[in-house]
Design a protein around this ligand. Structure first.
Ligand SMILES: Cc1ncc(COP(=O)(O)O)c(C=O)c1O
Length: 451
């Protein structure tokens, strides 16, 4: 992964503009290096000043077509005027904070969420990880109430999938299926049980869950929830529809709640409002964040049936900022963009353009076989050596070449830093996407990817 190893900002080749002001890009990079730990500096040194639609601008007015969406947040485009107006009006109303006291904007937001999603209740939070923690708590309380289990002693097992990512707080990280990310945390392997992911096209049965449970001396009845992603953000592997259905049946049979973490896949990203629609399996709890507001920190646990939350004790799911009026004004305005289905239908069309564009690029040189799972407006390019082993040094060179050509990209740390993840705003226009694909192809040529 690139770090702010130099104070030289990357800018498009041939960029002009003065750097003479007091807060130059170089000053920003140097100051961040001085006052933050190095671990915070994971992205390429492009200093964001402003973002609009599918473009990021620096202070000199240079722009990049964006293939990051601010890590899958700006699905409906950066700084949507409707969202900016709602934030401004809410701020001007003079209510910046209200804790859990009732507000009109909170009432309108949960109503809009129910109408759009069909999930009758929602529990609002700020970050994705917080929603994950809340969902684990809801599941455990539900399981305890149904089974008469005591809070401690009565078993409450959480089943998740190898390769999954659910956030960086303790519970979310323990639930995650990336061992290298949780080696700082206590081992709770008899509570967080990880099983193989039901990848599309591979044989999988819920028997793998029962085998894993036996290994820790637990039973299906001990499982409070099974939590998974429709595609795994770490590798872009997709869930197999038939396996998803058998997982649904298994959960229903054993009274475990099925949770889909759509914190990154929701709100049009995959060409459907929610990715679970592709496999036609409805979860009990649906976790959303990122594209929910498209901007400010808002997340939610969407609850499929009020019975799931009725045994949670008063106040157990609240937090200081979960009903923040400004954030919710942004969410409400953003949700309205999805109401008539047009945005998602267009996202599906754009997703086909992205898949076709990448397929054309691959066919130009038969040895370029590095495309990993495309699903709507999400795809990845994994750089490999001839023997198939991962080549993170190539992905870094590719990313730098893209950025120098005015295409902003991210290389996540998963897959050894060898996958460049493609995640444009789903509202990117046909012309913008064609231009971005051309820049990407030129960057790949420059590093002779696949040759
Ligand atoms: C699938 C998934 N779950 C949970 C999270 C955690 O969200 P946050 O970073 O807002 O805590 C992420 C973040 O990337 C995610 O992709």
């Amino acid at each position: 992964m690139a770090a702010l190893t130099s104070t030289e900002p990357i800018r498009p080749a041939g960029a002009s503009g003065t750097q003479a002001d007091a807060e130059s890009d170089a000053w920003v990079l140097e100051t961040l290096r001085q006052y933050e730990p190095a671990t915070m500096h994971t992205q390429y040194p492009v200093v964001w000043d402003r973002a609009s639609g599918s473009r990021i601008f620096d202070r000199q007015g240079q722009s990049w077509l964006d293939w990051t969406s601010g890590i899958l947040t700006a699905n409906a485009g950066h700084a949507r005027p409707e969202v900016v107006t709602a934030i401004t009006e809410q701020a001007q109303q003079g209510l910046l904070h209200a804790y859990m006291f009732p507000t009109r904007v909170r009432a309108r937001t949960v109503q809009a969420l129910a109408e759009l999603s069909g999930f009758p209740q929602s529990v609002l939070y700020t970050t994705g990880a917080e929603a994950v923690e809340g969902a684990l708590k809801i599941s455990s309380r539900y399981a305890m109430a149904r089974r008469g289990a005591r809070p401690r002693g009565g078993r409450s097992v959480i089943v998740t999938f190898e390769g999954s990512f659910h956030g960086r707080t303790l519970g979310a990280q323990l639930a995650g299926g990336l061992p290298a990310q949780r080696d700082w945390a206590p081992e709770l392997d008899d509570v967080f049980v990880h099983v193989p992911y039901p990848t599309r096209g591979e044989a999988w049965t819920p028997e793998v869950i029962e085998t894993a449970l036996r290994e820790v001396g637990a039973h299906p009845e001990d499982v409070s929830c099974v939590m998974g992603e429709i595609y795994q953000g770490s590798t872009l592997r997709q869930i197999d529809p038939a396996s998803a259905r058998s997982l649904r049946d298994w959960c229903s049979r054993h009274g475990a709640l099925l949770i889909f973490d759509e914190i990154q896949s929701g709100f049009g990203r995959t060409g459907a409002l929610f990715a679970y629609e592709h496999v036609d399996v409805r979860p009990d709890l649906l976790l959303v964040a990122k594209g929910l507001s498209g901007s400010l920190p808002v997340s939610a646990v969407l609850v499929g049936d009020p019975s799931f939350t009725k045994d949670v004790r008063p106040g157990e799911l609240t937090s200081t900022h979960s009903g923040n009026p400004i954030s919710l004004a942004a969410a409400e305005a953003n949700l309205a963009l999805y109401a008539d289905g047009q945005l998602v239908a267009e996202a599906a069309r754009r997703g086909r353009q992205l898949a076709d564009g990448l397929a054309d690029w691959v066919s130009l040189l038969p040895q370029r076989r590095q495309i990993v799972g495309t699903m709507g407006m999400i795809a990845g390019v994994a750089c490999t050596h001839e023997d198939g082993s991962l080549a993170p040094e190539s992905s870094k060179r590719l990313a730098t070449e893209c950025i120098e050509r005015g295409l902003l990209v991210c290389v996540p740390s998963t897959m050894g830093g060898a996958m460049l993840k493609i995640m444009p705003p789903v509202t990117t226009s046909e012309d913008e996407l064609a231009e971005a694909l051309a820049r990407f192809s030129a960057a790949a040529d420059a590093v002779q990817l696949g040759r």
